[in-house]
Design a protein around this ligand. Structure first.
Ligand code: FMN
Ligand code: COI
Length: 351
């Protein structure tokens, strides 16, 4: 059998689909309900055109950014995704090694299949993604674990008052990890607690969270500009414009479409990050030109992991870095920090 060359993120997607157990492939690939938002996250980028500048005499582009206090080699971070040991036996430890090698931030999921201490030991800049649990004392103990392990920020996922409905998983009856895999951050006195969601959480719980930690708290899953304003008013260190990769509420707008209104509402007071549908360096440039400081990748990381463990994740990250640099050169920009909306031709009536 000839092994196809893996030239881009889509090649990794196709290769991962061949390697993964089909049930797990569907878990990683799937979205909520009709998967309208899932598809939109990607196609909305394709409807934005780039209007390059020429003869600008720029040096080789500078890709570095300060990501909420963590200096990174490029404006691309690893969004939190659950259950990496379904993709590769080394799971989140391999992912973290790749993030460290790339010089960027990994957001470890609360639902990791490797404990946060072991993930942190791989030497990457690490943030911890949190689902508030109704048992606040237990939530506090998880935060303390993450902080003690060296996590530099908490990423509170706020788009999940209940679990999203993933019909692919329902068809397969996939509701439990296989034997031997556990959410290692949910261990409590020898038991592994199930992750719970609750519609009862409110802004007052953000205040509570800030009262029990000194770590910056970043809100992930903001789409409405009014919520972005509330986030600033409640002392969030940053917001991540995200629809959870189309896995929570279906028919929400593509993340990139929600971005400009959030950027306007925030008005430069805190960084605005984005994830959802980033598959090419051109997508990164479009998000930054619309005001994002950096973007996260979810599924592409899992595809790299499935294909070749940490090396596969490294390959995906380096492909995106190279595409980003190439795009900046062709657009006439010398730094990711100088990108402006004038570089874009937006589809009429959409933004
Ligand atoms: C398989 C999978 C698991 C995920 N698990 C989490 C999670 O545990 N916590 C969370 O906040 N977001 C989770 N997400 C959402 C991602 O953080 C991110 O928002 C999304 O994947 C970005 O879209 P992309 O996959 O198109 O890059 C998950 C996404 C996927 C695909
Ligand atoms: C454990 C789950 C809640 C992980 C998740 O957020 C997802 O699969 O989208």
């Amino acid at each position: 059998m000839t092994v196809p060359k893996l030239l881009n993120v889509r090649d990794f997607q196709a290769a991962a689909a061949q390697i993964l157990d089909p049930v797990h492939a569907d878990y990683f690939a799937g979205g909520a309900r009709d998967e309208i938002t899932l598809a939109e996250n990607e196609t909305a980028f394709d409807r934005i055109s780039l209007l390059p500048r020429v003869l600008r005499g720029r040096p080789a582009p500078d890709l570095t950014v300060d990501l909420v206090g963590s200096p990174t080699s490029m404006p691309i971070f690893l969004s939190p995704t659950a259950f990496h040991r379904l993709a590769h036996p080394e799971g989140e430890a391999a992912t973290a090694r790749a993030a460290a090698a790339a010089g960027t931030v990994m957001i470890a999921a609360m639902a990791s299949t490797v404990a946060v201490e072991e993930v942190a030991a791989q030497g990457t800049a690490l943030w911890f993604q949190l689902y508030l649990q109704p048992d606040l004392a237990f939530t506090e103990s998880v935060i303390q674990r993450a902080a003690a392990a060296g996590c530099r920020a908490l990423v509170l996922t706020v788009d999940s008052a209940v679990f999203g409905s993933h019909e692919r998983d329902n068809r397969h009856d996939f509701h439990q990890l296989p034997d031997g895999l556990h959410c290692e951050n949910m261990r409590d006195a020898g038991e592994v607690r199930p992750i719970q969601m609750s519609p009862e959480f409110s802004w007052k719980h953000l205040r509570w969270l800030q009262s029990v930690t000194d770590l910056p708290v970043i809100l992930k899953g903001i789409l409405h500009p009014d919520d972005a304003i509330l986030a600033v008013e409640h002392g969030a260190a940053a917001v991540i414009v995200s629809n959870h990769g189309g896995r929570q509420l279906d028919t929400t707008p593509a993340s990139i479409r929600a971005l400009p209104a959030v950027v306007r509402a925030v008005g430069g007071r805190i960084p605005v990050l984005l994830d959802g549908g980033i598959r090419r360096g051109t997508d990164v440039v479009k998000a930054l030109a619309l005001g994002a400081t950096a973007v996260g990748v979810g599924r592409p990381v899992v595809w790299g992991l499935a294909v070749d463990g940490g090396k596969g994740v490294s390959a995906v990250l380096e492909i995106l870095r190279a595409e980003l640099e190439h795009t900046l050169l062709l657009c006439g920009y010398g730094s990711v920090r100088e990108l402006v909306a004038g570089l874009l031709l937006l589809p009429p009536g959409e933004y």
